[in-house]
Design a protein around this ligand. Structure first.
Ligand code: ADP
Ligand code: MG
Ligand code: ZN
Length: 626
């Protein structure tokens, strides 16, 4: 279904369609009048009575059609079975004929019209009454098309609808891309590599009774290569790739999405081993039943169908269902249950090294000038996604082409970078002046975490946006914790506040980037005070504002069950905790200014620092006492 042939059909209808409607209405009115005005009464009379009337000279004319004769009298006579008067009658002419009839009619001068058996026949008499309906149907079809165009061509004629429903069966493709085309993303690639083995040799796994997860959810910011990775997996394993995008399901016809899902899984199972890929899962998979009064029917049906299909796997089909989303936070929890999308693969925005690798992939076929330094380009494009980098290379090549050069030079890349930075509002690209602030902020978290005795050990720190929060200092809990000791929580509070404190201490201004930190810190402090009784002012009193609702599984607002005074005391205790935390963070930062400066420089240069690199900047971490 292309836009072109839709437009083509479009052109055919408008010129005459309105006239058709008018004609149809006129004809219809005409027919209605014909059928609804009561005809002059007419009675069926015996043949013998008809002959008597004729002999008496009262018959004016006769229409003979087969064995039925219809007659008109000169005037109304009492010919009804109960003496009703009428000037019309009909009668059955004997099947064996009546030789005396014709002479009688002639003698009386009665007009005789004869037609053949079917009455006022000819094919026209069948078509004519249908004509208005035909026009009406055509008209509605035209309206339908008009609407379809108004809705962006999402619905079409019946053939298109049919094609649309069956489309998935035909969209199996055999991607050419492999893991070699996916630069960086080592973690993500590692996680899906075992699936390649499974798709290549499903029997081996089956014989050993090993069950491979069916549902894999790819999560990551837009342009990080989720679609690319899914296709590369199919390419690597050499299996057919069936894909649909969640946004296609928001259709006008309820039930279409579910039907498509069913067709898609059917086809995929038939040609197993294979891959089903649901792109933009969040557009169908948002939490159901949000918004009072029910959600979007179509979406819900589609989502239910996906869930049903995933539950329908017997565990041995060699079909892997991949889904991609950049909003894992809004997904319906039902999608993430065991047996569904229970394996999660995170794709991060590339750091400097990965950006070099991506640049290499995308400049494979681009003739580069001698002065092009991919590492320098990578250093100058923090926060760019894989898609942004592809775009960057393309823009640079176009600039070179416009200048009639046969090679792409460094200045083309520089010019292109500004264009990408300016043009793409939606990307997470980091503006140069932001970069230093991000480094200071993250270094603040890291420094405090390093020197706070009870904080979790550091795993890595990066200024490349992770998920929905900017930057990220990743702490790795040393052991699984079931209860959280007070010192641990207090240190955690200090670490959370460390980023903001560093910004204020070194840059002397604050930014909105710490919003999430403040939110987290406040929530933590409030829980410590009101829930865990960790404040001397309050003691062990449960003063939670809201509770998890057992059925909704989330916090809902509830009437407060404690006094205004208690509320004030809680607020005060929370503030005290937060201020204490901030003071401690400030203390650590002032004490370790040189180390902090080293850390900031290293972060700005490398963007991501791992444990060893952090140690190089900060020295050995003081012994941790738990
Ligand atoms: P997503 O599905 O996560 O939004 P895509 O897979 O559609 O991102 O990425 C868009 C394009 O960006 C890809 O077709 C590819 O050319 C490029 N790209 C993204 N990530 C990478 C990567 N890691 N290596 C190479 N190219 C990439
Ligand atoms: Mg995509
Ligand atoms: Zn922070």
């Amino acid at each position: 279904m292309t836009m072109n042939d839709m437009d083509g059909n479009q052109e055919k209808y408008p010129p005459w369609a309105p006239y058709a409607l008018i004609m149809a209405l006129l004809l219809l009115a005409n027919l209605t009048i014909e059928y609804t005005t009561p005809p002059e009464p007419s009675y069926e009379i015996p043949y013998s009575q008809f002959k008597q009337l004729a002999e008496k000279g009262q018959v004016e004319s006769v229409d003979l059609a087969g064995h039925v004769a219809e007659g008109h009298l000169y005037s109304s006579e009492a010919i009804g079975p109960h003496g009703e008067t009428a000037s019309h009658f009909s009668t059955q002419v004997p099947a064996f004929g009546d030789e005396a009839l014709l002479p009688l009619l002639e003698a009386q001068g009665i007009e005789l019209r004869v037609s053949d058996e079917t009455g006022r026949t000819g094919p026209l008499s069948i078509i004519l009454p249908l004509l208005p309906w035909l026009f009406l149907i055509l008209f509605f079809f035209w309206i339908f098309r008009q609407t379809s165009r108004a809705l962006g061509g999402r619905i079409g004629g019946p053939e298109e609808l049919k094609k649309f429903l069956e489309a998935p069966a035909q969209t199996a493709e055999q991607p050419e891309v492999t893991f070699a085309d996916v630069a960086g993303q080592d973690n993500a690639k590692r996680e899906v590599t075992e699936l390649v083995e499974f798709l290549k040799h499903p029997e081996t796994f089956r014989k050993l009774g090993a069950e491979v997860p069916h549902g894999v959810l790819l999560m990551g910011a837009p342009g990080t290569g989720k679609t690319l990775l899914a296709r590369a997996l199919a390419g690597e394993a050499g299996v057919p790739f069936y894909s649909i995008s969640g946004s296609q399901f928001i259709e006008v016809f309820v039930g279409v999405g579910a039907a498509r899902v069913r067709h898609l899984f059917e086809a995929a199972k038939k040609s197993a081993p294979s891959i089903v890929f649901v792109d933009e899962l969040d557009s169908v998979g948002r939490t159901r039943g949000t918004g009072l009064g029910g959600g979007h029917d179509e979406r819900e049906q589609t989502l239910n169908q996906i869930l049903a299909e995933m539950d329908g796997f017997s565990g041995h089909e060699a079909v892997i269902v991949l889904a991609a989303t950049n909003r894992p936070d809004v997904l319906d929890p039902a999608l993430l249950r065991p047996g569904r999308f229970d394996r999660h693969v995170v794709l991060d925005l590339p750091d400097r090294n990965d950006r070099v690798a991506i640049l290499k992939v995308h400049t494979r076929k681009v003739p580069l000038g001698d002065n092009v330094d991919l590492d320098k380009i990578a250093a100058g494009s923090p926060g760019f996604s894989g898609a942004d980098i592809k775009n960057l290379v393309n823009e640079a090549a176009m600039l070179a082409a416009r200048k009639q050069r046969s090679e792409v030079l460094m200045q083309d890349f520089e010019e292109a970078r500004d264009k990408v930075l300016l043009g793409t509002v939606r990307t997470l690209a980091i503006q140069p002046e932001e970069r230093h602030r991000l480094a200071v902020h993250e270094a603040g978290h890291t420094l405090v975490a390093w020197f706070a005795p009870h904080a979790d050990p550091l795993y890595k720190v990066t200024i490349i946006p992770r998920g929905r929060a900017l930057g990220g200092t990743q702490l790795l809990p040393a052991e699984e914790r079931h209860t959280l000791p007070e010192e641990y929580l207090r240190d955690r509070l200090v670490v959370i506040l460390g980023g903001r404190t560093a910004e204020r201490e070194l840059l002397e201004t604050l930014s909105s980037g710490a919003e999430d930190d403040i939110h987290q810190a406040t929530a933590l402090a409030r829980a410590m005070v009101a829930r865990w009784g960790m404040s001397d002012e309050i003691g062990p009193v449960d003063l939670r504002e809201s509770e998890e609702h057992p059925f909704l599984g989330r916090e809902i607002a509830q009437p407060r069950r404690y006094s205004e005074h208690s509320a004030e005391v809680v607020d005060h205790a929370v503030q005290t905790l937060l201020h204490e935390g901030e003071q401690r963070a400030l203390g650590v930062i002032r004490e370790h200014k040189t180390e902090l400066a080293r850390l900031i420089d290293a972060l700005e240069e490398h963007e991501t620092l791992h444990h060893e690199q952090i140690e190089q900047c900060l020295g050995q971490r003081p012994r941790v006492k738990h």
